[in-house]
Ligand binder design. Structure first.
Ligand code: FES
Ligand SMILES: [Fe+2]
Length: 358
């Protein structure tokens, strides 16, 4: 399989519809790597919780009384019922089936009708998974041997740190999820694509972030950062942390998108924004020229490509302007085929643009 994925060539469309490849991706990518779960603002206070699904594993992201965020299995330790199905705040989780009750750290507290000593509570708590937070973004891994997240992002960190993402406030109520009829890889590759701005987003993104103003900054299979001109203000930066997360960062705001594969041809796409000021009315997000219709435009083009999933076709070449996609291809080859990541490439110092090539 990896020998069909190349840095400089489009992904074969049949990989967007192959059930066997999809199963491999669930096992080797979604159940083994770091996956974006939610923002720290979504679980700001002790007891705040959000259900998420990592690959096929249902999880409750919850902040404990010790202020630590945990990723607990959202599967009752009795007979497997999901414990919660929407976000909220709680001091206990009580199963809707037989009311086994857990504290927010996952310890089993009570079992109705059990005889004394019938159940050893300490053996039947909720299992938890690895959690790492990076710039107000929370990632989970089901794999205890995963490479630490800070190593994953080390090469792009010099470009990301000066942006001060941690100070931004996320618009938790405004976070939106919808299901797209497209394979997750297609959606991630599209999210990295600034080549299409002039065509797909002629009236939404192109006037503020033109195709020919975009440039590559640093990256590898592990993570990528690109930059782009934003009309009349400082350049923006695009951060990609495969498999699940892409963000566009402006001087005082961030727009992010995450993906979760539902099945080979369907993906849940979540879009969120963050800004510098939080008020009672919500988060003030300052993105001049911002036009939310671009999400619909992306959805339409991704679903259009997905419709060709059964076509006979020879994948075309990627242009230099599509270099960030090459990093994503290298990521897939690394995770699915054990092709080791190449050393990171740096094309400009943090805060500057690359020299124009002659
Ligand atoms: S399945 Fe949860 S209490 Fe029985
Ligand atoms: Fe797009």
């Amino acid at each position: 399989m990896p020998n069909r994925i190349e840095r400089g060539t489009a992904l074969p469309v049949d990989l967007f519809g192959d059930e066997a490849v999809f199963e491999l991706e669930i096992a080797d990518i979604w159940h083994r790597d770091w996956v974006f779960a939610c923002t720290t603002d979504a679980v700001a206070e002790p007891g705040d919780f959000v259900p998420v699904v990592i690959g096929r594993q249902p999880i409750i992201m919850v902040r404990g009384d010790d202020f630590k965020v945990r990723a607990l299995e959202n599967v009752c330790a009795h007979r497997g019922a999901p414990l919660v199905d929407c976000a909220g705040r709680a001091s206990r989780f009580s199963c809707p089936y037989h009311a086994w009750t857990y504290d927010i750290e996952g310890e089993l507290l009570s079992v109705p009708y059990a005889q004394p000593d019938e159940i050893n509570h300490s053996e039947h708590g909720l299992a938890s998974f690895l959690v790492e937070t990076w710039n107000g973004l929370i990632f989970v891994s089901l794999n205890a041997d995963v490479e630490p997240l800070h190593e994953r992002v080390a090469a792009i960190e010099p470009h990301v740190k000066p942006l001060g993402l941690g100070r931004l406030h996320h618009d938790v109520a405004g976070t939106m999820s919808e299901q797209w009829q497209a394979n997750w890889k297609l959606i991630v590759a599209n999210a990295l694509d600034s080549y299409s701005h002039f065509r797909v987003h002629a009236e939404t993104i192109e006037p503020v972030s033109p195709t020919d103003g975009s440039y590559y900054l640093a990256g590898s299979a592990r993570a990528t950062v690109t930059g782009g001109e934003s009309m009349e203000r400082a350049d923006h930066v695009v951060i990609s942390l495969p498999p699940s997360f892409v963000a566009i960062v402006y001087p005082d705001a961030m727009l992010w998108q995450s993906v979760r594969p539902v099945n080979v041809g369907h993906t849940e796409v979540t879009t969120g924004v963050a800004g510098e000021a939080a008020t009672d009315a919500g988060v003030i997000v300052n993105i001049p020229g911002w036009d939310a219709r671009f999400v619909d435009e992306d959805r339409a083009i991704c679903e259009r490509v997905q419709s060709n999933v059964a076509a006979r076709w020879r994948p075309g070449p990627l242009l230099e302007i599509e270099r960030a996609l090459g990093d994503f291809h290298a990521y897939l080859a690394w995770r699915l085929g054990d092709v080791p990541p190449e050393p990171p490439v740096f094309s400009a110092a943090p805060g500057s643009r690359p020299e124009p090539s002659l």
